[in-house]
Structure formats: structure tokens, C-alpha cells
Design a binder for this molecule. Structure first.
Ligand SMILES: Nc1nc2c(ncn2[C@@H]2O[C@H](COP(=O)(O)O[C@H]3[C@@H](O)[C@H](n4cnc5c(=O)[nH]c(N)nc54)O[C@@H]3COP(=O)(O)O)[C@@H](O)[C@H]2O)c(=O)[nH]1
Length: 525
């Protein structure tokens, strides 16, 4: 009772943990993608800003250049007409005028002043040979200020709204004009209320400080840089509900996945327990699948294949339950059961027909088990069955421990057993490795047999294995032969092959095998 309660408690804890981990992972993924998209937004905002900055600078430079090449006398009526035309063409300027010795004489909008006046501004800097007046008081719009740029005898009033499209909260920007030589900030302008650490301007990467995400970028053509910023809370706040959704979805998925794993594990554990009980009650059985000599068509042996129905009387595939027994460490009991059953069911048949051989499947654990060979010897001896009548099938996977495999194979062969490599082609071993192991027979896996006569890329493998096996003087059993065309193909390709498959007989109980062996013996006799 106490144990059951502990089990339930453990399972609930696991589900909660899986939910928390799943939710955490999903939340992390969602935060990551929100942050990545905010960073993208920030970098493209900075690029867009600098593109606009380049366009404005180009417009100013082209207008000043054209103004300085006016063919008309300074501030004459045709000269002002010329400047009006320049102004009309410019998308970013509010006025174009004439200056000389720091005095303003006339402009497209203001006309000709009776008395030339100096510019009154907050700050004057020199950029690329141009004078830039920041916060310059305008003649034509009293009380308003703007940036005025002058070069030669021309000046241009920059529209204060050139960057108004960039007022997009929560995004903020600070633009800066740098000295080309010293990289010192000459002038800056901002729409930001958040603190802009100006030394970030010259960094070249996204940065985070005090809950604000910053990205600096400099123009390739102008001495201008921009630092754009976005407060982190403004990045997350529009996504709170999707973050909550991601956490909930991830938790649910985590709980569902771990639930499925638990159910599968439970089923595997329960199947393992049922299998253990079945082995104790000897409630498994063995079928025998005929193996035939392809040239003569005569029966030469069989493979013992174990079968089991679970406690609901549902058949469980041997690759499933053998796998579970391997996982739970008691596959040796299945091998023992099969050897005992073979010896008791067809021991007399094997004694009476030395030309007939049964092969039994082994697993890697059998090879590793010191008691396996004594167990095999003991059972066969008790029934008077010769070792030569019993073949042992190892899979490629089970031969991974080379030294141990070589030792066991030598011991088995010394006793007179024939050693097979089963499912050849599905593992990683080469034919050369197998000949080093000195196995006697290789069984070509049915997956390759299926490709015979098809245009599958693996169809060429069967003839290649046959060729190499011949060169290494290994006998071959081809598994899974289901169609006459496959048998014909194999017969044409090679002699001395043995075949196994539904075309020559399905796995049958010992009674049916006995009848078939007796009929064959009559023919042999
Ligand atoms: N360690 C042990 N492994 C065993 C034992 N008994 C079986 N097995 C292994 O389980 C796997 C599946 O075996 P099974 O479902 O019995 O299938 C065998 C044949 O029924 C099947 N077969 C034979 N001819 C054909 C055919 O023409 N078509 C077709 N689709 N299937 C066919 O092939 C299986 C024989 O496999 P193999 O052992 O590779 O020769 C399988 O890996 C068994 O090894 C056991 O006692 N111990």
C-alpha cells in the first residue's frame, strides 16, 4: 500500500517536473524568438534611419552644389527664381538662399533682404567643408529654428521633420555627427527620453544595459552614426499572452510526452514481468522454419523461432519481447528455454537424421555469459544430441566485443557446432571481419532479398555479398525468399546456396516439421 502510494507520488512528481521543464523550454524558445525579432526590428530601424540620413545629406549636397553653379548674378531675380526651382525639386529642404562672409542676403522663400544679416544659431560646426548651424533662427518663420547648412555662396534650410517618421515608440534614436578624423561627437540629436550611453555609438553590436536594448550603426558614406534603443519591458509586454500560451502549451506537451513514456515504460515493465512469469511457467513455444538447399530443393535444416502470447493472449512479436528481455537482463533464460525445447521436441529427429540441422538464435548477453556454453553442452548431452546438429546464430550487433566473440566462437566450433552470422548487411561489420571471426555461414538479411528484381539502389548488394562470400569460402543462407523469381535469380547467380523463406515454408510446430523431415528422410534413404 505504502509502495503504491510512493509510486503514485513519484509519478505525479515526474509529471509536474516534465510539465515545468516542457513549459520552461517552450517559454525560453518563445522569449528567444521575441528577442530575436526585437533585435531584427532594432537593426532594421537603425539601417532605415541611416538610409534616410544619407538621402537628406545627398539632397543638401546636390542642392548646395547646384546653387553654387547658378549662372545668374548673386541674389538677382533670375538667381532667386533658380533657387526657387532648386527648392521645389528638393524633398527635404524648406528654403535655399545666398550667403557671403557669414551674412544672409536672399532666399527662395524670404526674397531679397534690405539688410544682410548674420545667422543666429545655438551651435556651428564644420562637416565635410560645409558649415552647419544647429538651432538657427529662421527669418521666414519667426520663433522657429532649424538646421541650416551652407557652402560657398549657397545655404539650405533643412526641414525639421526629416526624421519625424522615426518617432515610433517604443523605439528611440540618437543620431550623431562625428568628426571624420578624431571620431569625436560633434553634434547629436535625439527623440529619446531614455538614457543613451554615447560610447555605445561606436560599438558594433547589440547591447543590453539597465533594461534597455541598444544597437549602434554608422553610415558608410556620411560621418553620421545612430544609436537606436528599445526598453526591454516594451519588448515583452505585447507578448505576455503568447508567452503564457507557450508555457502552457510546453507544459502540456511535456506532461503528455512523459505520460506516454510512462505508459510505454509501464507496458514494457509489465510485459517484462509477464514474460518472466511465462518463462517460469514455460508458457512460450518454439516454431521451426525450414531451410532448403536451393540446387536440389531438399530440406537441410530449420531455424528455431520462439513465440509468446502475453497474459491477454495477445501475440507479442519476438523482436519486441526478446528486446525487452535483453533490456531487463534475462534474455539468457529465453535462450535456455529454446535450447531445452528444441532438445526435447526434436532431439530424436536430430539424432536420427544427422544431415538435418537446427539453428538457434543467440544474443550478445549469451556470448558474454560464462555459463552459456556449459548450459548448452549439458542440455544437448542429456538428450544425446550431437553439437554438429545444432547451429548457433549470432547477429552482427552481438559480435561487437571482438575478443569475447572470437573466444566463444572457437569454443563452439571446437565442440562441433556450426556458427552463423544472422541478418548480415544490417550491421557495420565487413565480410573480412566475419572471416576473421571464422564463422561458417552467413545469413543475408531479408531486407536485401526483398530488393532482388527491383531497381532499388541496394539491389546490387546481394550479388556482391554472394561474390565476396564465395571468395572467403563462407556458406550462405538467403533469408526471406518469398517469390519464385527471387529463388530463380539466386539459383542463376550462385551454386550451393541455402534458402529460407515463405516460399519454402513458414515457421511450423515441431509436429509438422517432423512429418516434413520424415518425408525428406524417405527421399534421402
Ligand atoms: N534471441 C532470440 N531471437 C529470436 C528468437 N526467435 C526469434 N528471434 C528473433 O526475433 C526476430 C523476429 O523473428 P520472427 O518474427 O520469428 O521472424 C522470423 C521469421 O518468421 C521471418 N521470416 C522468415 N521467412 C520470411 C519471409 O519469407 N518473409 C518475411 N517477411 N519474414 C520471414 O524472419 C525472421 C527470421 O529472422 P532471423 O532470426 O533473422 O533469421 C528475428 O530477429 C529473430 O532472430 C529466439 O529464440 N532467440
Amino acid at each position: 500500500m505504502e509502495r503504491a502510494r510512493r509510486d503514485v507520488y513519484k509519478r505525479v512528481c515526474l509529471l509536474v517536473a516534465a510539465g515545468a521543464i516542457g513549459g520552461g523550454l517552450a517559454l525560453f524558445a518563445s522569449l528567444y524568438s521575441i528577442l530575436a525579432s526585437a533585435q531584427n526590428e532594432l537593426t532594421s530601424f537603425a539601417s532605415e534611419f541611416l538610409q534616410q540620413d544619407d538621402k537628406v545629406a545627398r539632397d543638401i549636397a546636390e542642392t548646395l552644389d547646384a546653387g553654387n553653379h547658378s549662372p545668374h548674378p548673386f541674389c538677382s531675380e533670375p538667381d532667386m527664381e533658380f533657387m526657387r526651382e532648386l527648392l521645389f525639386k528638393s524633398p527635404y529642404l524648406k528654403d535655399v538662399g545666398r550667403v557671403r562672409d557669414g551674412l544672409f542676403f536672399c532666399s527662395a522663400v524670404a526674397g531679397k533682404l534690405t539688410t544682410p544679416t548674420p545667422f543666429i544659431s545655438e551651435k556651428l560646426i564644420k562637416v565635410d567643408g560645409k558649415l552647419v548651424y544647429f538651432g538657427a533662427h529662421l527669418r521666414v518663420a519667426k520663433g522657429h529654428t532649424a538646421e541650416i547648412v551652407s557652402q560657398g555662396t549657397t545655404d539650405a534650410v533643412v526641414s525639421p521633420s526629416v526624421f519625424s517618421d522615426f518617432n515610433r515608440p517604443p523605439m528611440a534614436y540618437t543620431g550623431a555627427i562625428l568628426d571624420r578624423n578624431t571620431r569625436q561627437i560633434q553634434q547629436m540629436y535625439t527623440n529619446s527620453s531614455v538614457e543613451m550611453p554615447l560610447h555605445y555609438l561606436l560599438a558594433d553590436k547589440i547591447m543590453r544595459k539597465d533594461g534597455v536594448l541598444y544597437y549602434p550603426q554608422c553610415s558608410k558614406t556620411q560621418p553620421d552614426c545612430v544609436l537606436v534603443a528599445m526598453p526591454m519591458d516594451k519588448i515583452w509586454s505585447p507578448h505576455y499572452s503568447s508567452m503564457a500560451g507557450a508555457f502552457a502549451g510546453g507544459s502540456l506537451l511535456g506532461i503528455m510526452l512523459s505520460g506516454v513514456i510512462m505508459v510505454m515504460n509501464r507496458r514494457r515493465r509489465s510485459l517484462g514481468n509477464q514474460l518472466r512469469r511465462a518463462l517460469r511457467k514455460k508458457a512460450l513455444w518454439v516454431l521451426y522454419q525450414p531451410v532448403v538447399d536451393l540446387d536440389s530443393g531438399s530440406l537441410v535444416g530449420c531455424e528455431a523461432l520462439v513465440r509468446w502470447n502475453d497474459e491477454n493472449d495477445t501475440p507479442v512479436r519476438p523482436d519486441i519481447f526478446v528486446g525487452i528481455a535483453e533490456e531487463l537482463g534475462f534474455v539468457g533464460e529465453i535462450t535456455r528455454f529454446v535450447v531445452e525445447r528444441v532438445a526435447s521436441e526434436i532431439g530424436d529427429l536430430l539424432r536420427a537424421n544427422p544431415w538435418f540441422r537446427v539453428s538457434v538464435n543467440l544474443s550478445a548477453m549469451d556470448l558474454a555469459d560464462e555459463n552459456f556454453i556449459p548450459m548448452l553442452d549439458g542440455i544437448l548431452k542429456a538428450k544425446g544430441v550431437a553439437a554438429a546438429s545444432v547451429g548457433l546464430e549470432l547477429t552482427e550487433r552481438s559480435t561487437a566485443d571482438r575478443d569475447r566473440t572470437v573466444k566463444v566462437i572457437r569454443e563452439l566450433k571446437d565442440r562441433g557446432h556450426v556458427v552463423y552470422i544472422d541478418d548480415f548487411g544490417t550491421g557495420y561489420s565487413s565480410l573480412a571481419y566475419l572471416s576473421e571471426l571464422s564463422v561458417d555461414v552467413l545469413k543475408i538479411d531479408q531486407a536485401f532479398t526483398k530488393t532482388i528484381g527491383t531497381d532499388s539502389v541496394t539491389a546490387a548488394i546481394v550479388p556482391q555479398i554472394l561474390e565476396m562470400a564465395k571468395a572467403l569460402m563462407l556458406k550462405v543462407v538467403v533469408e526471406g525468399v518469398e517469390e519464385q523469381a527471387q529463388a530463380d535469380y539466386l539459383e542463376e547467380r550462385s551454386s550451393g546456396l541455402q534458402v529460407q523463406g515463405w516460399l519454402f515454408g513458414r515457421p511450423v510446430p515441431s509436429g509438422e516439421l517432423r512429418t516434413r523431415v520424415k518425408n525428406e528422410a524417405k527421399l534421402v534413404g
